[in-house]
Design a protein around this ligand. Structure first.
Ligand code: GLA
Length: 449
């Protein structure tokens, strides 16, 4: 399959020809993972992030159920088949149970006022490595939500407000868009099954799913769900919060990202959860101490003055958390500017600074992640950093041309060789492209187009 076709199949943005399959047909919801390029641990502080949606996705192949039950299976042995009823309240299963992500999607939609009368039955599969900081869990939440919306005839449209309460009425058009689209990107309502009674915009859905995923216990921000629902091929995504807004930024020709796992799982619902939530609390406490909000502080022209104030007022640990957040907030703007100017050398340097700040001030890196960043840079990456929440998971390295292979070879030899006793497999290290958004299409035609 060529890369464009792969992007379509995985990103699922091109849905033409899928509308006539009706309630008895088979469907596929496809939701990409994401790699965050810069802006780590800023989203829950109301500051922007700059991720890409990637050409790896979670897929839900489903048919509409005759009742209000959700029945999904997975080829992964440790993920037992799940069954639950779409009836309020949707209770959580045991901590760590994968059904919680599907339950979160259903619960979030219902709490938002979407009537879910029909369930879905099918299988979940995908190639986003799990617990690696690439948002496989948010991709599962989004794919499940899209499947449930399709099963219940709810249209998913572009634009719209992200903070809205009730579900929009039929016929809402794209006039109130706040998503900035690159030239040539499609606009308007989409994915209609021809029998829609309700509609929800992608931005609303991203915000609703971000809230919903907290059901799993992580006080996450909104980056993952927004990136998954707004991916644009060849573009990074500047995502702002309160209100949610997504602006695609073109990635200059010839640049790729290598993603490499530290071989340590960072489970959102497991061990990393407490440490993550503790960081979120510390950030709130820090900004409460300094006064004002992070957004205003980052916008102050004299950032050094802001930091001096923080150092005077805050205890050392809180000050370090604070310094990470405000400097990272500043770096996102600078990185976006560098990308727009095709100055990827500068972009890479900002990634390296971001990693240093995550390591020293935010304390979410590990010795292995640090070592991998060092290896990638020595092998010719223009920049490298941990990506996602940290505490394990992956690094992302910015590479031009032949540096992709050189970086992968160096990591294989120096990092994986001693640990795995051989070359890493496909899910451990791979190059990614900025890819398209989540969507629903008829199945199987979508996969073979
Ligand atoms: C996790 C969360 C995101 C974000 C990152 C850290 O992936 O789900 O919302 O906070 O960590 O940047």
């Amino acid at each position: 399959m060529d890369s464009q076709a792969a992007g379509r199949a995985k990103g699922g943005g091109d849905l033409s020809g899928a509308e006539d399959r009706g309630a008895v047909g088979r469907w596929r919801a496809v939701a990409p993972g994401r790699v965050n390029l810069i802006g780590e641990h800023t989203d829950y502080n109301g500051l922007p992030v700059l991720p890409i949606a990637i050409d790896r996705a979670i897929r839900v192949d489903f048919r509409v159920a005759g009742d209000a039950m959700v029945r999904l299976a997975s080829p992964v042995v440790r993920f037992a088949p799940l069954t639950f009823q779409l009836k309020r309240p949707i209770e959580a299963a045991d901590q760590g149970d994968w059904s919680n992500y599907v339950r979160a999607a259903a619960r979030g939609l219902m709490e938002h006022g979407v009537e879910l009368r029909r369930g879905i039955e099918g299988t979940v599969s995908g190639d986003v490595p799990i617990a690696s900081g690439l948002s496989s869990s948010s991709a599962l939440v989004v794919a499940s939500a899209l499947a449930l919306l399709k099963a219940n005839g709810v249209e998913v449209g572009r634009g719209g407000a992200a903070g809205g309460g009730a579900v929009a009425v039929p016929g809402r058009r794209a006039a109130d868009q706040v998503v900035d689209q690159p030239a040539g990107a499609s606009r308007g309502l989409e994915e209609s099954a021809g029998r829609a009674e309700q509609a929800i915009s992608r931005l609303e859905l991203a915000a609703v799913m971000a809230r919903a995923e907290r059901f799993v216990g992580l006080e996450g921000g909104g980056m993952d769900q927004a990136a998954c629902l707004h991916g644009v091929e060849g573009h990074a995504l500047r995502i702002e919060f309160e209100p949610l807004r997504v602006t695609p930024v073109a990635v200059p020709e010839g640049w790729r990202w290598v993603v490499a796992s530290s071989l340590v799982r960072a489970e959102k619902s497991g061990g990393a959860r407490e440490a993550y939530n503790a960081r979120a609390r510390e950030c709130r406490e820090a900004v409460g101490g300094v006064g004002g909000g992070y957004r205003d502080l980052v916008a102050e022209p004299d950032l050094d003055g802001v930091l001096r104030r923080g150092r005077r007022i805050l205890a050392p640990v809180l000050f370090r958390r604070f310094r990470h957040v405000v400097t990272e907030g500043r770096r996102v703007g600078l990185a976006e500017e560098a990308m727009r100017n095709s100055d990827m050398g500068r972009f890479g340097k900002l990634m390296v600074q971001s990693h240093g700040s995550l390591r020293d001030d935010y304390e979410v890196s590990t010795a292995d992640l640090d070592e991998m960043v060092g290896i990638a840079l020595e092998a010719g990456a223009a920049g490298a950093r941990l990506t996602g929440a940290g505490f394990g998971g992956c690094i992302v390295a910015l590479c031009e041309g032949g540096a992709v292979e050189r970086v992968m070879e160096a990591l294989a030899m120096r990092f994986y060789g001693p640990r795995l006793g051989g070359p890493p497999e496909g899910d451990v290290m791979f190059a990614v492209r900025a890819s398209g958004e989540a969507g629903v299409g008829g199945h199987p035609p979508l996969s073979s187009r």
